[in-house]
Write a protein that binds this ligand. Structure first.
Ligand code: IMP
Ligand code: MG
Length: 183
């Protein structure tokens, strides 16, 4: 058994019920703000997929969804520094109202890169909806998040789509990853 298999979800940061409340609030806000707009939600795979699936069921106005596959973390819990686009969006966003749906904002590097890339395609508006934002981003030059679920401490979290080496995406809650210190 490798060391990493001993890493386990620990303290619950957000219960399934708390997540549901947050997602409902965000869905209502987006529905009100984008009524009669040409809304396209751009989801960043794979971490954001569970959030997107719940969010669209709280949105009551017409909209389209699209996906981009990006990664800034190759493995583990520290950033590799490089942003890689594995799959680009297949929809034309020119003149449209684009809302990026992201799971968690950490260094902000991924989002900064994506925002610059999408801005060049001349959307009418370009905003961000992120379920989580780490407190460590407070003072750094991270992009503004118009719709934020919750600010969390600067810890590595798993569950509700968020993984550690592809594990724990299936948890209904969001938990702190426990790395046994004796390893
Ligand atoms: P950033 O570019 O440093 O902001 O990293 C953002 C991306 O890294 C997120 O979209 C996640 O996919 C991943 N990530 C950052 N923090 C965590 C975490 O605590 N758990 C799981 N994935 C994370
Ligand atoms: Mg992500």
């Amino acid at each position: 058994m490798s060391k990493e298999e001993l890493y386990e979800p620990g303290e619950v940061l957000l219960s399934a019920g708390e997540i549901a409340e947050i997602v409902a609030r965000l869905g209502q806000k987006v529905s009100a703000d984008y009524a009669s707009r040409d809304l396209i939600l751009v989801n960043l795979l794979k971490g954001g997929v569970v959030f997107l699936a719940d969010l669209i069921r709280q949105i009551t106005i017409p909209h389209q969804i699209g996906f981009m596959s990006v990664s800034s973390y190759d493995q583990g819990t520290s950033s590799s520094g490089a942003v890689r686009i594995a799959d680009d969006l297949d929809a034309d966003i020119t003149g449209r109202d684009v809302l990026i749906v992201e799971d968690v904002l950490d260094s902000g590097r991924t989002l900064t890169y994506i925002l610059n890339m999408l801005e060049m395609r001349s959307p009418r508006t370009l905003e961000v909806c992120s379920l989580l934002k780490k407190q460590s981003t407070r003072d750094s030059a991270v992009p503004a998040v118009k719709y934020l679920g919750k600010e969390i401490p600067d810890v590595f979290v798993v569950g509700y789509g968020l993984d550690y080496n592809e594990r724990f995406r299936n948890l209904r809650h969001i938990a702190k990853l426990v790395i046994p210190s004796e390893l």
